[in-house]
Design a binder for this molecule. Sequence first.
Ligand code: ATP
Length: 479
Amino acid sequence: MSAPNIDAIVSLAKRRGFVFPSSEIYGGLGSAWDYGPLGVEISNNIKKSWWRRMVYERDDMEGLDSSIILNRLVWKYSGHEETFSDPLVDCRNCKVRLRYDKLEPIEEERWENDGGKPPTQKVRFKCPNCGSTDLTEPRPFNLMFRTTIGAVSDADDPSALAYLRPETAQGIFINYLLVQQAMRRKLPFGIAQIGKSFRNEVTPGNFIFRTREFEQMEMEYFVRPGADEAAHDEWINWCFDWYTSLGVNPNNMRLYEQPKEELAHYAKRTVDIHYRFFPEREDEERQWDELMGIANRTDFDLKAHSKNPVGEEGKRLNPDSTEDLSYFDETTKERFYPYVIEPAAGVNRSVLAVMMDAYSERTNDKGEKRVILKLHPELAPIKVAVLPLAKNKPEIVEMAKGIKRKLQPAMRAVYDDTGGIGKLYARQDEIGTPFCVTVDHQSLEDEAVTVRDRDTWEQERIKVAELKEYLRKRLGSSC
Ligand code: ATP
């Protein structure tokens, strides 16, 4: 089972401290959300897992953390100043602003051309807010957030203009040569980066799915031209496998081949991994949306930031760059611009997907419905909760607190005595804690505790001396 809709996660998230609406005491800020005490743990665990698998467990990878605000010329030559826009339409009736490419077509009008030419089709759209079809023509809206650098008197001073990065990728391209030389890398190799990106989205929404500030996990993999297609396929599989290794049901994911007309101007091929974010929608096709994308960006970016390439009239295409980012292959004695494969994932969308996928409900003996978040142990915010059966018995409380302290260096453990044992179990199930350890009267005599499994509700008696090792084994080595 998985969540019936995003709303099930929204209410759980607020109630249990995963995600809060940002600035709520001032009426909120549309599309901004804050990770609470448990949400920050899931988000960190996702990033840790990605970094470990991407950087530490491979031999062809380096990490990087570049600046959010870069020289404006980076965005000029990357093409973002000119092309990083969404098509925007206004509804003339209710004045709402909409993304043209996300509108649902409502009808197709066909009419015959006089000259016996094939019939032409006209697709019409209606405003999802008021139903009016009186929409303006689409026009591009640049998504980059603008800011000014330094103490300027004029907010529009072009010499002070800068942008908050809309993707982390460009920070990698402009550091490519420095990383390659400093780390003595030969092709193929990759550079991975995790960090915040900002897009002034026209229509943010669907909880943390589309926000104006979000975190990305991106990697640029540099290969010889000609080796790009095979590398692209490998990375598509790698990404799909990474999500399934974190417990995401493959039936809730699919690969989506972007058609030519959807491709970014620099891309030769892009395959997205879709997740079933909207299972409640009747039309199966509309249940899916993008979790991450894996693009073949060709040599576009390294060429664009290089000083050497010249245009048709023999003029340098980039007169501002001071470096050439081509690669010299010592064995073949060839010089070329590497091709780049880019797996780009969103942290927010990954958090949402793993939470939706882990969501399940179960009815207990008393007929009460319980939510159980069956998170992969690696992602669970808390790995083990130590609970005293009787909180008015100081010896039991002391023993439970002592066990928590001993477990903590090895795994995220909490102590909780704020309710009866049934309630405490239910609360831990709801936040995805894989194991609860209960200390009871018997424990004082036999130095053993009860370990309860979140998913099966089965209980096992374990000696305190063996507890850490037992939990480590059951949680797996990645926790
Ligand atoms: P979309 O088509 O949904 O706007 P995109 O194709 O523009 O996404 P990319 O530029 O490929 O997105 O960015 C890579 C990943 O970054 C996306 O797959 C997504 O997980 C994440 N991402 C992009 N924009 C947002 C956003 N506004 N809010 C949250 N995550 C985002």
